[in-house]
Design a protein around this ligand. Structure first.
Ligand SMILES: [Zn+2]
Ligand SMILES: [Zn+2]
Length: 137
């Protein structure tokens, strides 16, 4: 992934720029991510929070409490509904939805998490490490 990279929502009301390489990139198959993404899983990249600058608009955050007790805030555009980026209470990071990148082709997920919640019609890359719940489980 070349830095900086940019992205935003479908209607352009929200734009961001990120100046750091992703710390990690993964596919999450939990039910909350299924609902937020509209599909079998959400694919995201983790970046340091201070490397992200929201240059236009402001996401609205829908908060859920994960099994770990961490609060996840999934940020979306109130105008077009696109998921854009998410915050976690426990770590100073943003999770950028791969779909919101201007050029998602450089995104390389390296693991699959919450596969215990995956749907029978979900397809996973057999080459990627899989965790039934969170990372390490
Ligand atoms: Zn929008
Ligand atoms: Zn998830």
């Amino acid at each position: 992934m070349d830095v900086p990279f940019c992205g935003g929502c479908a209607c352009g009301a929200i734009r961001y720029e990120c100046t750091a390489e992703p710390i990690m990139a993964l596919n999450c198959h939990c039910r909350d991510c299924q609902r937020a993404s509209g599909s079998a899983y959400a694919s995201g990249l983790f970046v340091p929070a201070d490397a992200v600058k929201i240059t236009r608009g402001e996401p609205r955050y829908h908060r859920t409490t994960a099994e770990s007790g961490n609060v996840n805030g999934r940020g979306f555009c109130v105008d077009c509904g696109s998921p854009v980026l998410a915050k976690q209470s426990a770590f100073p990071i943003y999770v950028i939805y791969a779909s919101s990148l201007d050029d998602p082709s450089g995104h390389k997920p390296t693991m699959e998490i919450y596969t215990a919640s995956a749907q029978p019609w979900d397809y996973m890359d057999p080459a990627l490490p899989k965790f039934a719940k969170g990372i390490g489980s």
